[in-house]
Design a protein around this ligand. Structure first.
Ligand code: FES
Length: 247
């Protein structure tokens, strides 16, 4: 979802026929979650400020033109929102088709297999075929950055959701990451396009935890596979929330 908001005033609206009251400033996506409705998403998270880049969370709002992104649209009193319709499902499938057409199709050998939000969302929107036949070939020239001792970076799997860049900035206050390039060439880069270990990266792991695919992945997961359990802790030293993965 998107982060919870706190405000002195409340707003009541209707989502898929359910009435819900939330603090002013809450996103339509967060209000939907509070109403028990999950909207498909890729770039939004419970903790990061919404970014509105993936366009998977489109909804219909009575009286408004087009299909606004629910993660970046604030609630309004009396709003009537639909999160499910044939048109929305078709639009979301189209968005997913475009993502998958520019993504390597190596799920069975990918370290994120079974823990990949791109994979999950393809299932959620009912993607059965991809009409745009790139199959990730655009990224064959991408070079992995394995310089960090704790995680690997594989730009071929990046969907440019900006979650890692926002996690670096918002939770760690570091500006080690940026989006470089445009269109097919756009990808996450350590600032100044250096290897991770030569950038301002402090190896906190916030970017790895935020990544929805296997673009940024712990080395242990690459070697050993997905863990059966993970333990999230926080301490007073920093706000990232360390994630220990155990077999
Ligand atoms: Fe709203 Fe990505 S989740 S645009």
């Amino acid at each position: 979802g998107t982060p919870r908001r706190h405000a002195d005033t409340d707003v009541t609206l209707e989502i898929d026929g359910r009435s819900i009251t939330v603090p002013a400033g809450t996103s339509v996506m967060r209000a939907s979650i509070e109403a028990g409705v999950n909207v498909p998403k890729l770039c939004a998270t419970d903790s990061l400020e919404p970014f509105g880049s993936c366009r998977l969370c489109l909804v219909e709002i009575e009286g408004k033109r087009g299909y606004p992104a629910s993660c970046t649209t604030p609630v309004e009193a009396g709003m009537r929102v639909r999160t499910q319709s044939d048109r929305l499902q078709a639009l979301r499938r189209n968005v997913m088709e475009l993502y998958i057409s520019d993504h390597p199709l190596d799920c069975l050998t990918c370290p994120a297999n079974g823990d990949c939000e791109l994979q999950d969302m393809a299932g959620v929107v009912g993607l059965r075929e991809v009409r745009y036949g790139f199959d990730g070939a655009n990224h064959l020239k991408d070079v992995k950055d394995e310089s960090n001792p704790y995680f690997d970076y594989d730009p071929s799997k990046c969907i440019v959701c900006n979650r890692c860049v926002r996690a670096c900035e918002e939770t760690q206050g570091t500006f080690a990451l940026t989006i470089a390039g445009r269109g097919f060439e756009s990808r996450v880069a350590a600032s100044q396009s250096q290897p991770f270990m030569e950038s301002e990266c402090v190896s906190c792991g916030a970017c790895v935890a935020a990544c929805p695919t296997a673009t940024l992945v712990e080395k242990t997961v690459s070697f050993v596979g997905q863990p059966e359990h993970s333990i999230i802790t926080t301490c007073a030293y920093c706000g990232v929330g360390c994630s220990f993965k155990a077999e």
